[in-house]
Design a binder for this molecule. Structure first.
Ligand code: SAM
Length: 246
């Protein structure tokens, strides 16, 4: 059975931009924000943040910088993985009372390794319109920069920290017939590269680091070559793309 739910177009009565779907009076709007360079936000993203009654943000201090840059004074309310369950009832009540609420994360697209999914699901259950303003996402940018054609890819989010689980997932990655993409923190990059080196020393890994920022770089090589490249220190934010079985 097909389940239909209201989308942003449901009450398109006061669209500011022709053909914008941000017209409904009450709705949840997921807004993608920059992943480094504060200029990487769309005009519709700024419109949505300006027009919202409330912005839910992971770390309100981080989001305040973005809002200040664009002269947006919409109130911010913290909404992160440690309080999202607690906030949900109040947010749903506000939406039902006719409020328009935007949800942003510290960086990139809400719901991609960031809070958002549970609230979207709840809105659907309650018949509350939900829409999104697309934009930055670290893994899609890295995939564009990969420069390879492929028929399929898989996105794994953050890789497990425990050695046993990491080994299992790396084995699956190596058997996958296309690129496997993962997010990684600087503290775990070395461990991950050493695991791949142990299991498949000749395999190729693409690393996109500090995307859209001053020290942006993309490097590709075997685990050994990459460990050598980063031997002076591993800093910044990373997307890893494992080339998989061809
Ligand atoms: N929602 C975000 C998105 O749409 O990409 C992802 C949030 S997740 C909590 C944070 C991870 O995304 C980082 O640890 C890193 O792996 C990746 N990431 C975020 N910004 C990045 C950047 N500028 N360059 C490379 N990777 C980045």
């Amino acid at each position: 059975m097909v389940v239909a739910w209201p989308s942003g177009k449901a009450g398109a009565c006061k669209a500011l931009i022709p053909s914008s779907n941000l017209g409904a009076t009450f709705m949840l709007i997921l807004v993608a924000t920059p992943i480094g360079n504060l200029q990487d936000i769309s005009l519709r993203g700024l419109e949505a943040l300006k027009e919202a009654d409330l912005i839910l943000a992971e770390d309100t201090r981080i989001s305040a910088r973005l809002l200040k840059k664009y002269g947006i004074d919409t109130p911010l309310l913290s909404f992160h993985k440690f309080n999202e369950w607690r906030r949900e009832v109040g947010v749903i009540a506000k939406l039902k009372a006719g409020k328009r609420i935007a949800l942003i994360s510290d960086a990139g697209t809400p719901g991609i390794c960031d809070p958002g999914a549970k609230l979207v699901k709840r809105c659907r259950e309650e018949g509350i319109p939900v829409t999104a303003v697309p934009g930055c996402c670290a893994f899609t940018m890295a995939l564009s920069l990969l420069g390879e054609e492929f028929r399929q890819f898989q996105f794994l989010g953050f890789l497990p920290k425990k050695v046993g689980k990491l080994k299992k997932i790396v084995e699956e990655i190596l058997a996958y017939p296309g690129p496997s993409i993962a997010y990684e923190t600087p503290h775990h990059l070395e461990k991950t590269l050493k695991m791949v080196e142990m299991l498949a020393p000749a395999s190729q890994i693409f690393i996109a680091r500090e995307l859209t920022k001053i020290h942006e770089e993309c490097v590709k090589g075997t685990p050994e070559e990459l460990l050598e490249h980063f031997k002076k220190g591993i800093r910044g934010e990373f997307v890893l793309i494992f080339m998989g079985k061809r």
